[in-house]
Design a protein around this ligand. Structure first.
Ligand SMILES: C[S@@+](CC[C@H](N)C(=O)[O-])C[C@H]1O[C@@H](n2cnc3c(N)ncnc32)[C@H](O)[C@@H]1O
Length: 246
């Protein structure tokens, strides 16, 4: 998968153009959670696995002091070109060493599915240390378990003079609760030249109950919400884990 975040980093925002267009709705929901669930006013936010900064920049534009961390420098190069309001730092979310420096920590667009249970526990401990008392951690994750439509999903986007044709498909491995995610990105130049990249990855499937159990070990109570509502719905497409530091 790393080619998506390295050689294809400059195409990332074009590939996810529709999600980027919805970001104000997503960040409005984050702000609702900040207001309703955090037990302190949220001003300082750490956005982990921030990628090209799609949500990070929106948070900064809404007045928060934001630090963005991502593993891939190529993603951060794209992010830094968008704003100088955010401090973007290259690093591994599992190796952060902040001590009560943030009112909120976010990890968005299913980034927690990169971590298996053992790594997720390390992440939760690191996030807990980084939060001030009353601070909130928010991470979204998809509903994969009931996925019937495994693709292929094909769509196209424009990137400057180039045209992108993206084909995604996936395989669910229920026994080990993983998804094999596969993507073919074809880049068509105006002169007819075509380049093709194949990326694949194994992502971890979590149910709301598992996230509550794992997160609960570190944070105590964990709430899970659905789509853009502060409620858990059984047939939601996407969940939001919300953990508050006591
Ligand atoms: C699906 S993208 C999401 C990017 C961004 N959060 C967003 O909402 O657009 C996943 C990101 O996670 C980053 N990532 C994966 N493992 C990481 C880790 N251990 N530490 C920091 N970033 C990581 C990747 O480099 C990539 O930018």
């Amino acid at each position: 998968m790393h080619e998506l975040y390295t050689v294809l980093a400059k195409y990332y925002d074009s590939i996810y153009r529709r999600r980027a267009q919805e970001i104000s709705r997503e960040v409005a929901f984050l702000e609702e959670v900040f207001r309703e669930d955090a037990k302190r006013e949220v001003r300082d936010v750490l956005d982990l696995a921030c990628g090209t900064g799609i949500p990070t920049v929106e948070l900064a534009n809404r007045g928060y002091n934001v630090v963005g961390i991502d593993l891939h420098e190529e993603m951060l190069e794209v992010a830094r070109r968008k704003t100088d309001k955010v401090k973007f730092i290259q690093g591994n979310a599992l190796e952060i060493n902040f001590r009560e420096e943030f009112d909120a920590v976010t990890m968005l667009f299913s980034s927690i599915t990169y971590f298996n249970e053992e790594k997720l526990m390390i992440l939760f401990r690191k996030v807990h240390e980084a939060l001030r008392p009353g601070g909130v951690f928010i991470a979204d994750f998809p509903q994969w378990f009931v996925v019937r439509n495994l693709g292929p999903f094909v769509w196209d986007e424009v990137h400057g003079e180039e045209r992108l044709i993206i084909t995604d498909w996936r395989e669910v491995l229920p026994g080990v609760q993983k998804v094999r995610f596969k993507r073919l990105v074809q880049i068509l130049r105006p002169n007819g030249e075509v380049r093709a990249f194949f990326v694949s990855d194994e992502l971890n499937i979590y149910t709301p109950r598992e996230i509550k159990l794992l997160g609960g070990e570190v944070f105590g109570e964990v709430r899970v919400y659905s789509d853009y509502e502060r409620k858990l719905r059984e047939n939601a497409k996407r969940f939001w884990a919300v953990m508050v530091k006591a």
